[in-house]
Design a protein around this ligand. Structure first.
Ligand code: BMA
Length: 323
């Protein structure tokens, strides 16, 4: 297998451009005290961009708070109190908070779906909630036991079934934490579990542990998937981002997977913070061909970078091994 490592000079090795005003939201922008704000889900609601922020309070527990902006970059209006607080009484699996929301839209139900990590006594697990307005939420409860996180549901059904990408963590060291695909007739009962993308091994940037970043994005060439790879070093972990492409009609088929990473911590706000060297997107939105990637920076703030979907697809064509 041979890789066209940017054989075509027209394909930029770094298609993303960071917004000059980064970070766009920090803890100082919140209307109430907290430790940090990061790893936000993102969705277009009408003519506004809505971010569902992960806010970590000063106990170390997280909740979700909505922020809205007309242009997606500035003028964020943040809810005055937690929009979706953890509910440890009604939902014991949310004992130590809720984290890392991915927001999708279920086309058949015309409802938004929020996939998030509930931090239970048994470890992190995957929970789902539905909402139409980001004010009231209907919790569907836990759908994957611990440890499992980094999940998102596709906006459409395949052969009548919903599909979800998620990342269980094996308890046996050295097995690798891979991305899985599961199916459900009703969003509650999930099965037909299978590995979708494997963490690579050895010296790769995405060796041993990978996980979905934003929800899969439908493009004319396939479902665009961005994932994070966690490289363990003597100085700690480095979270970088890669791309893959899945078949539109059958998301079990991986059409492409880039060899190099496409985005990595470089700027000071990405390299320094509560957790150094982390870029962690949970959402992206498109405006025509323009894509805006919203990412947590160093588990401390929220930043945005832009690219063109067509450029990302070209990048994948040039950076994936030939079939
Ligand atoms: C992952 C998740 C993210 C976090 C990242 C870096 O395991 O818990 O919420 O941003 O680690 O700390």
């Amino acid at each position: 297998m041979k890789t066209n490592l940017c054989a075509d000079r027209a394909v930029s090795p770094e298609p993303f451009t960071r917004f000059a005003g980064n970070p766009i939201i920090t803890v100082r922008d919140l209307p109430y005290p907290a430790n940090s704000v990061f790893n936000a889900g993102a969705v277009k609601v009408g003519d506004e961009t809505l971010l569902l922020l992960r806010v970590e309070d000063r106990r170390g527990h997280s909740h979700l708070t909505a922020a809205r902006s007309r242009d997606g970059f500035t003028g964020w209006r943040i809810d005055p109190q937690p929009t979706l607080p953890a509910d440890p009484d009604g939902h014991p699996e949310e004992l130590w908070g809720i984290e890392d929301p991915r927001v999708g839209y279920l086309e058949d139900q015309q409802t938004y779906i929020v996939t998030y990590t509930a931090y239970s006594r048994g470890g992190p697990l995957v929970s789902l909630a539905l909402t139409r307005d980001f004010r009231e939420f209907e919790r569907l409860g836990p759908v994957m036991p611990p440890e499992d996180k980094d999940a998102a549901v596709f906006p459409v059904r395949f052969g009548g079934r919903y599909a979800m990408i998620h990342r269980p963590s094996p308890s046996i060291p050295g097995m690798g934490a891979h991305m899985w695909l599961s199916f459900s007739p009703d969003l509650k009962h999930w099965g037909d579990h299978q590995i979708l993308l494997r963490a690579r091994q050895g010296g790769w940037w995405d060796a041993n542990k990978i996980g979905l970043s934003p929800p899969p994005l439908r493009t004319e060439e396939g479902w665009l998937v961005m994932y994070h790879g966690v490289r363990t070093t003597a100085a700690g972990a480095i979270y970088r981002l890669g791309l893959a492409l899945l078949d539109l009609g059958d998301p079990r088929r991986v059409l492409r997977r880039g060899d190099p990473w496409i985005f990595a911590p470089v700027e000071t706000y990405e390299r320094q913070g509560d957790v150094a060297d982390v870029v962690f997107p949970c959402g992206w939105v498109t405006e025509g061909d323009e894509l805006r990637l919203y990412y947590g920076a160093a588990d401390t703030s929220v930043a945005v970078a832009t690219a063109h979907v067509s450029e990302l697809l070209a990048w994948l064509r040039h950076n994936s091994p030939e079939p």
